[in-house]
Design a protein around this ligand. Sequence first.
Ligand code: FAQ
Length: 311
Amino acid sequence: DQAAEQAAFDAVIEADSRIEPRDWMPAAYRKTLIRQISQHAHSEIIGMQPEGNWITRAPSLKRKAILMAKVQDEAGHGLYLYSAAQTLGITRDEMTEQLIEGRARYSSIFNYPTPTWADMGAIGWLVDGAAICNQVPLCRASYGPYARAMVRICKEESFHQRQGFEILLTLMQGTEAQQRMAQDAVDRWYWPSLMMFGPPDDESPNSAQSMAWKIKRFSNDDLRQRFIGMLVPQAEVLGVTLPDPELRWDEAAGRWITSDIDWTEFHEVLAGRGPMNAERIRRRREAHEDGAWVREAAAEYARTQQRRREE
Ligand code: FAQ
């Protein structure tokens, strides 16, 4: 009965064990996982676009090969995550529909443009850096398929972060114009990367329940603090300035003091009014439509194979 199933579920969570697809789970737990995992999958897929923009213009063959591999990794991450979401009873088609009709969320960060090569460095350093901070704890999320997908994704993200750091380091050791380009990219990506962690804790409606279910292990603000702590010494090595004059460590409080984050900008982006929202969805819809013949051919091939087996 329901009470016994709920008790069994609670015991698994309490013991830090894993819930698996065939286990009983509360409807709200299933719903929240579908929400978070599908948003995460969409982010990986939409996240291919800002960098895809530079594949044909990478400054050397080596840089091009690395960037192509990174963007391919993102497609792979999207696929593991869609598969993890499917174990909860939503189909890939439903998720795709939600995305291309503009009904699904994906990370705010991918709604900003990538006008220069240095943006590839800043995305790797800051965006993948933030992704790692947020995702390492998700390797211990209570839902098995999500946690296991995260393990491999995090390994690849840490390679991505280092390649971004190395792009910025190379630019910072270059000409003055290259140094300015690197600093400009850091100036543009810094604040949006802090917003990736989500709204402040007292305005985060999902956090308390997700932490009780051990999907999230740390709050949005705690992870944001940890990220800043990671960036400060790395910025020093790079020789770039983080664009926040107020930024300092408060020894007594044991935390970083920052200027106020512009949450109006965050909410505008979430409402679909960021600089690149419309373009990202338009491009995704177009790619989906252009791929229709591949899906039809694959389905027809599967039907033919099935018929041959039955003959
Ligand atoms: N953007 O109550 P909370 C990557 C929404 S990394 C857009 O705090 P929650 C790698 C939130 O969904 C990026 N929406 O929510 C890569 C909720 O809306 P809803 C992807 C945001 O879930 C690198 C509402 O605000 N990573 O792709 C954002 O407890 C380079 C209230 O917020 C993940 O998805 C935002 N930044 O905490 C790829 C990680 N923040 O659904 C290519 C997994 C919040 O109620 C290139 N996700 N919202 O309508 C998570 O850890 C969590 O979902 C949070 C949000 C922390 C993002």
